[in-house]
Design a protein around this ligand. Structure first.
Ligand SMILES: Cc1cc2nc3c(=O)[nH]c(=O)nc-3n(C[C@H](O)[C@H](O)[C@H](O)COP(=O)(O)OP(=O)(O)OC[C@H]3O[C@@H](n4cnc5c(N)ncnc54)[C@H](O)[C@@H]3O)c2cc1C
Length: 390
């Protein structure tokens, strides 16, 4: 069967759903989202949901800050259901040799308007009494950061998009994008042909393969990452803020009333999105739990609750690709968000809609996320780029 539509989004993670909503909101009629499986079945459904502002490049910091304003008032701004926003505050811990980098990053973030500051060891201890704080470390504090529910966000965006006229088609993998005379003309599935002038590839870990099939080679790699949750001894750690710990290369956050979720910043392995191990391994637990206990000593006496693995989609500079494809009118790419796409997703939907409908993004300058940067050798590198962390 053939369906005619103004735009097709391929992939129903937070990115695809946010783009779908923003296109529908901007008046695109009956945009269609095609999802291979169910909403959030890729990286989104396994995301830790941490929402923090600390970045070493302005583009990511701006996208995160724009997004935070939406997460905090999601029901009023977007609607569509509960997205699990919890404000916990977020502390960044930095070893001595990275303190100059921390200062540079914080200055940049403050120039963007982000609520963040360097705090003394004593102030950090008052904010988080359960933390062990090194004498030579430095600390930054984001009072407004927290976490949310990534699957809930994807669902809320798609619910609102459908109310605005969009269609969400599940269990329908796109099989190809038809291109004729340098223009997108259709997206096909096994059973349908969607005639459209606009196709957006937001296929997360499947992107490298999907794009290669339509002749676009990009350095996108799916990598496997584990996380687990511990039940805290509440008498000694009733609560703690979220944290990004550059000294121990872990990130963590509270979950619900008595759990702590932890993941890491230095263990990853390349994986096949159709055949990776989604389970927690004891090797990971034995490595990461003691690292967390260095920061929160009482957590050594916690109980292991559960854990799992999911996939990041990484690029060589750990920045995403958010761009139109030069030479193919109507084709757009939005992928490669590594371990930090959830927190950027509200703003990414807005800038993608601007790119598609206005020809350029106005809310945030996304030129450094262009796909040609790899061929040009113009990667997003900064003097002090913290390789962390969800
Ligand atoms: C363990 C883990 C922890 C993380 N923690 C955080 C965190 O704390 N904070 C944060 O900000 N980010 C975090 N992230 C990263 C974040 O989850 C991702 O960056 C984000 O979810 C990416 O969204 P996406 O829509 O690009 O991709 P995905 O969620 O993977 O969505 C892509 C979708 O495309 C679909 N698809 C693929 N091929 C096709 C096709 N041919 N046709 C139709 N559909 C197709 C897939 O089924 C999938 O649903 C984490 C990720 C993981 C794995």
């Amino acid at each position: 069967m053939t369906v005619t539509t103004e735009a097709v989004i391929i992939g129903g993670g937070v990115m695809g759903a946010s783009i779908l909503y923003n296109l529908a909101l901007r008046g695109v009629e009956t945009p269609v989202l095609l999802e291979r499986d169910t909403l959030g079945s890729g990286s989104t459904g396994r995301s830790s949901g941490a929402i923090r502002m600390h970045y070493s490049t302005e583009v990511n910091a701006r996208l995160a800050w724009e997004s935070l304003a939406i997460f905090k008032n999601f029901e009023e701004i977007v609607g569509g259901g509960d997205v699990g926003w919890v404000e916990t505050g977020y502390m960044l811990f930095v070893p001595e040799d990275s303190i100059d980098g921390l200062r540079q990053n914080i200055a940049m973030q403050q120039s963007v308007g982000i609520a963040t500051q360097i705090v003394s060891r004593q102030e950090a201890q008052e904010l988080a009494p359960a933390f062990e704080l090194g004498e030579t470390e430095a600390f930054a504090w984001e009072p407004e950061s927290g976490h949310g529910d990534p699957s809930g966000v994807a669902l809320a965006y798609s619910t609102r998009a459908r109310e605005l006229g969009a269609r969400v088609v599940l269990e329908s993998p796109a099989t190809s994008v038809e291109i004729d005379s340098g223009k997108v003309v259709a997206v096909t599935t096994a059973t349908e042909r969607y005639e459209t002038p606009i196709a957006v590839v937001a296929t997360g870990p499947w992107s490298s393969r999907f794009l290669a099939d339509i002749g676009i080679e990009l350095p996108l790699v799916a990598t496997r990452h584990e996380v687990f949750l511990l039940r805290r001894p509440l008498d000694r750690v009733p609560f703690h803020p979220g944290g990004g710990d550059m000294s121990n290369l872990i990130y963590f956050r509270p979950e619900g009333s008595d759990l702590t979720l932890v993941g890491n910043g230095n263990r990853e392995e390349e994986a096949d999105p159709d055949a990776y191990n989604p389970r927690l391994t004891m090797d990971f637990v034995e490595d990461i739990w003691p690292r967390l206990a260095k920061r929160i000593p009482a957590i050594a006496d916690a109980e292991l609750f559960t854990g799992y693995a999911g996939l990041y989609t990484t690029t060589p500079d750990l920045h995403p690709i958010v761009d139109r494809v030069d030479g193919i009118e109507g084709l757009y790419i939005c992928t490669g968000f590594s371990g930090h796409g959830f927190k950027l997703s509200p703003a990414v939907g807005i800038v993608m809609a601007e790119l598609i409908l206005d020809g350029e993004s106005r809310t945030v300058d996304i030129s450094t996320l262009r796909m040609s940067r790899f061929a040009e050798g113009d990667l997003n590198t900064t003097t002090y780029s913290f390789r962390v962390i969800a």
